[in-house]
Design a protein around this ligand. Structure first.
Ligand code: FMN
Length: 169
């Protein structure tokens, strides 16, 4: 059994729910996992970390960026995984080739890779349901309902399941 911290950074809670689903799946598979806000968490005392952030305008939330840099010495010595959550709306077949930097901030991924991250993935996100500004309100109004929540819970649980296996072997 491994002690696993699932640290997350969110603005509108959809990433928190992904982190809770990951922690739940890890617990179901016999590990001691807890989800916690990255801004209030430390990797100290854990065997492994999953770190996730919502992506806004091509950037991770500040709390997740800070966690990655403050905890870098510990992360370098432990097993850790990273996820970004973001893509929403109708798929864009004509997306430019560098579109991926909006999904996974490159600098963050380079830092995580330098520390030996096991895997980094992107999960679909959810359009803010409680818009706090004009841009978010426009996004909610302009995104068809079917494309507002692109979180794929089977995909998320399957990823957590693979982490659980890696922690067991
Ligand atoms: C103003 C704004 C900018 C966004 N920018 C990005 C982006 O650059 N890349 C991306 O993948 N998703 C982007 N999104 C989608 C969010 O990442 C998505 O809504 C996410 O699920 C929000 O997570 P949260 O509920 O945990 O805050 C953006 C959303 C808003 C409202």
């Amino acid at each position: 059994m491994a002690r696993v911290l699932v640290a997350y950074a969110t603005k509108h809670q959809s990433t928190a729910e992904i982190a809770q689903a990951i922690a739940g799946e890890l617990r179901a598979r016999g590990h001691a996992a807890e989800a916690a806000e990255a801004g209030h968490a430390t990797a100290d005392g854990f065997d492994a970390v999953v770190l996730g952030s919502a992506t806004y305008a091509g950037r991770w939330r500040r709390e997740a960026r800070h966690f990655l840099s403050h905890e870098r010495d510990r992360l370098a010595k432990m097993l850790f995984w990273v996820f970004s959550s973001g893509p929403i709306g109708e798929p864009k077949p004509d997306a430019p080739p560098d579109d991926d930097k909006w999904l996974e901030p490159r600098k963050v991924i380079e830092q995580a890779e330098a520390l030996g991250v096991r895997e980094h993935v992107v999960f679909g996100g959810r359009v803010p349901q409680d818009p706090g500004n004009f841009v978010e309100r426009a996004m909610l109004q302009n995104t068809p309902e079917d494309y507002q929540d692109l979180r794929d819970w089977d995909e998320i649980r399957a990823w957590a399941g693979r982490i659980a296996e890696a922690l067991t072997t």
